[in-house]
Design a protein around this ligand. Structure first.
Ligand SMILES: [Zn+2]
Length: 373
C-alpha cells in the first residue's frame, strides 16, 4: 500500500502506513501554520483491504467542531464522489473505516475542483463570443487571476469565489452560475444580459487551491480579512480584484464560500453594516425570498449571528463592497457536510448540488435587477 498527495490541491502527512488497520495521518497546515482542515490524498494497492485511517490532528483543525456529523468524501475515478459512512470523530482524532472496491481511491475533505477543470472551463467560456476573459493580475506565486466579463447591460454584478481555497464547492457554484448565464436558450439568462454586465471571478486564490490550503494564500494570509488594506506583498489577489471592481462599480456583490460546521445553505448579508440603508435592507430581504423560491436548498432559519464579525467587519470582501459601492452585498455559505433539510446519504453536499444552486441564483439576481430598474 502507498499514500500520495503530491498533486493539485493534495494535502496529507503520512506518519505511519505500515498497518492498514492503523494508518496514522495528519493534515498539513496551510503556509504560515495558522489554518488547517483541508485534506486530499490517494491510496494505492488497497482493493479489498479493510482500512482504518486515523487523522491524528483532527482536533487541532481550524473548525474542529465541524468534524461532528462529517463524512469523508471518496472517489475511485475522480468524477463520482461518495461519502464514507464510517467516519467518526471523538474530539481528538477522526477515524475513517472502509474497504475500497478498487486498487486506487482518492479521499478529500470535499469534492475537489481542480486547476485543470478551471482551465478547461475558462477555455470553453473564452470560445463564446459573449465572453471577454481578462487576466487582472497574478497571485503571489504567479498564477493568473481571471475575470469573466459577460453581458452589456448598464447594471454591474460582481460574483467571486474561493477566497478560501479549501471551499471548493464555491468554484462548482461558479461553473453552474456561468454555464446557465451563457445558455442562449435560457430566457432568464438572456434577460439578465440585457439588464447587466457580469464580472465573475471563479477563483480568487489559485495558489492556496493548488497548495491544498484550507483558508490562506501562499503567504499564509486569509484573503477575506484583507479588504481594508490589501498589499502587493501580502494579498495581491485582493488588491487586483479591488482595482478591477472600482473600474465598474457594483450594483450587487456576491462572495461564494463554504462553511465547515453548519449543515445548511445560508447567506450572511450586509444588514449589520452601519449605513447599509433601508433600500438595501428591502432589496436583500427580497433577494433571500426569491432565492428560497428558486432553490429549496436555501433557507434562512440557520446561519451566522449578526455580531459574528463585529471586530473585523471591514476586512471582509462582502462588507467592503457594500460600504464602497453602497450595494446589496451577500456572502453565500454552502455546507461541507450536507443540507440537513434535504440530505443525500450517498453524496452529501457535492459539486453537482453546488452547480444547481449556482444556476438557481440567476432568478433572484434577475428580480434584483428588475427592482433596481
Ligand atoms: Zn470562506
Amino acid at each position: 500500500m502507498h499514500i500520495s498527495s503530491q498533486f493539485d490541491s493534495g494535502n496529507i502527512e503520512v506518519r505511519d502506513a505500515s498497518d492498514p488497520q492503523n494508518i496514522r495521518l495528519a493534515i498539513r497546515p496551510d503556509a504560515g501554520g495558522e489554518f488547517l482542515q483541508w485534506f486530499h490524498f490517494r491510496l494505492h494497492g488497497v482493493r479489498g483491504v479493510p482500512l482504518r485511517l486515523v487523522i491524528e490532528n483532527a482536533g487541532a483543525c481550524s473548525y474542529a467542531e465541524g468534524w461532528h456529523g462529517y463524512r469523508c468524501a471518496a472517489s475511485y475515478d475522480r468524477a463520482d464522489w461518495f461519502r464514507i459512512p464510517q467516519t467518526s470523530y471523538d474530539g481528538e482524532q477522526m477515524v475513517i473505516e472502509f474497504t475500497p472496491e478498487s486498487d486506487t481511491v482518492w479521499l478529500a475533505y470535499f469534492e475537489p475542483y481542480s486547476q485543470e477543470r478551471r482551465l478547461d472551463f475558462l477555455g470553453r467560456c473564452a470560445s463564446s463570443p459573449m465572453v471577454r476573459v481578462e487576466c487582472i493580475g497574478s497571485s503571489l506565486q504567479g498564477r493568473d487571476l481571471d475575470v469573466l466579463h459577460i453581458g452589456e447591460g448598464p447594471r454591474q454584478i460582481w460574483v467571486q469565489a474561493r477566497q478560501h481555497p479549501g471551499e471548493s464547492m464555491a468554484e462548482w457554484f461558479m461553473e453552474g452560475f456561468v454555464t446557465r448565464l451563457l445558455d442562449a436558450a435560457d430566457p432568464v439568462a438572456r434577460e439578465l444580459l440585457k439588464l447587466a454586465s457580469f464580472h465573475l471571478i471563479p477563483n480568487l486564490n489559485p495558489d492556496g487551491s493548488a497548495l491544498g490550503h484550507l483558508r490562506s494564500n501562499a503567504a499564509g494570509v486569509n484573503l477575506n480579512r484583507e479588504w481594508h488594506a490589501p498589499t502587493l506583498e501580502r494579498s495581491p489577489e485582493v488588491l487586483h480584484a479591488q482595482v478591477a471592481m472600482k473600474q465598474t462599480g457594483a450594483d450587487l456583490f456576491l462572495d461564494i464560500h463554504g462553511d465547515e460546521t453548519l449543515p445548511y445553505v445560508f447567506i450572511d448579508g450586509g444588514h449589520m453594516l452601519p449605513g447599509y440603508g433601508e433600500t438595501n435592507l428591502a432589496l436583500q430581504a427580497a433577494f433571500l425570498d426569491n432565492l428560497k423560491r428558486a432553490s429549496p436548498d436555501f433557507q434562512t432559519e440557520q446561519g451566522y449571528a449578526d455580531d459574528r464579525f463585529t471586530d473585523e467587519m471591514m476586512t471582509l470582501g462582502s462588507k467592503w463592497a457594500a460600504a464602497t459601492f453602497g450595494c446589496v452585498s451577500l456572502t453565500l455559505e454552502m455546507p461541507f457536510k450536507d443540507n440537513a433539510n434535504a440530505p443525500d446519504p450517498r453524496t452529501g453536499w457535492n459539486g453537482a448540488r453546488s452547480q444547481r444552486l449556482g444556476e438557481a441564483f440567476l432568478l433572484p439576481v434577475l428580480a434584483h435587477l428588475q427592482a433596481l430598474a
